[in-house]
Design a binder for this molecule. Structure first.
Ligand code: NAD
Length: 267
């Protein structure tokens, strides 16, 4: 039985992951962690996430509970995620990290630590979105030049980072398929007399409103036609299910950095 520790247990994703762990064979919740000053620390985890009592109190310290688990599932913020990854690496455990909004320096640190850790790090753990990552690269290669690429993402009003990690990954996949450098061709805002669109640019636009769980549209606009690929997440459960699947998978792997394409066998 794989013993999972959930970090960010009182958060939107943490709560759904704890729910998803209930129904999956071969994995169980061993411990739950929150930031030390969170009001849920010391409370029964079942009570906090809306499940029957599990006999587990939410801890305010990963170090305290890390020996009880095989894999840490972390959906929090970049800073604690990196500190927790260091602890997981030192303890020889495995980790699934869904946190987005990491800076290039933080991503470099994650890559360095993953050399000696079993880590799945993915900005979007849904099966549909990971299939989308694969097909947009294929579409971009076939359409090649002559089609303008625009990505539009929409999320709830509480999301802290923009554009979403998923939109950035879609842009990276397409840039790579078209042999373009996203640093040079990414356009994240337009206003005023900005001139004509250049054929090379990849637009990434952000919408924040209400309780939208997550929508991503990739638009390939040609002369006389356009092709759109859209993914709409109806709830957080698809991400949570993917995270649990990744946790079961990563414990059996060699140290290294993996993503959901690896977990789902899409590479
Ligand atoms: P949230 O704000 O609801 O939850 C984050 C939780 O982390 C909070 O409860 C917070 O108290 C907790 N936290 C902060 N510091 C901590 C620490 N030191 N130790 C333990 N817990 C700590 O946010 P959310 O909507 O659940 O999203 C969390 C992250 O997951 C975001 O980066 C979001 O973009 C990302 N996300 C990823 C996917 C994916 O599939 N990869 C899907 C949805 C969200």
């Amino acid at each position: 039985m794989v013993r999972a520790i959930v970090s960010g247990a009182a958060g939107r994703m943490g709560g759904r992951i704890i729910h998803m762990l209930e129904g999956v064979e071969g994995i169980t919740l061993a411990a739950a962690v929150e930031r030390p000053d969170h009001p849920a620390v010391g409370k029964e985890v079942g009570e906090v996430v809306g499940l029957p009592a599990k006999g587990i109190k939410i801890s305010g310290s990963l170090a305290e509970v890390l020996p009880q688990g095989d894999v840490l599932i972390e959906f929090t913020h970049p800073e604690p995620s990196l500190i927790h990854l260091q602890a997981v690496a030192d303890a020889g455990k495995a980790m699934v990290m869904g946190t987005t909004g990491c800076s290039p320096e933080q991503i470099a640190a994650i890559q360095a630590l993953a050399a000696r850790t079993r880590l799945v790090f993915a900005p979007n753990m849904s099966v549909g979105v990971n299939l989308m990552f694969k097909v947009v690269g294929d579409i971009a290669r076939v359409l090649s030049s002559g089609y303008d690429v625009e990505i539009v993402e929409a999320h709830h009003r509480l999301k802290k980072d923009a554009p979403s990690g998923t939109a950035l990954k879609l842009a990276q996949v397409i840039a790579q398929a078209l042999d373009r450098d996203l640093e040079q061709v990414g356009v994240y805002a337009r206003k005023g007399i900005i001139g004509e669109r250049t054929p090379q640019e990849i637009g990434v636009q952000t919408v924040r409103a209400g309780d939208i769980v997550g929508e991503h549209t990739v638009l390939f606009g040609g002369m006389g036609e356009r092709l759109e690929i859209i993914h709409r997440a109806h709830s957080r459960d698809n991400f949570a299910r993917g995270a649990v699947r990744a946790a079961l998978w990563i414990v059996g792997q060699s140290p290294g950095l993996y993503d959901m394409q690896d977990v789902l066998g899409l590479k």
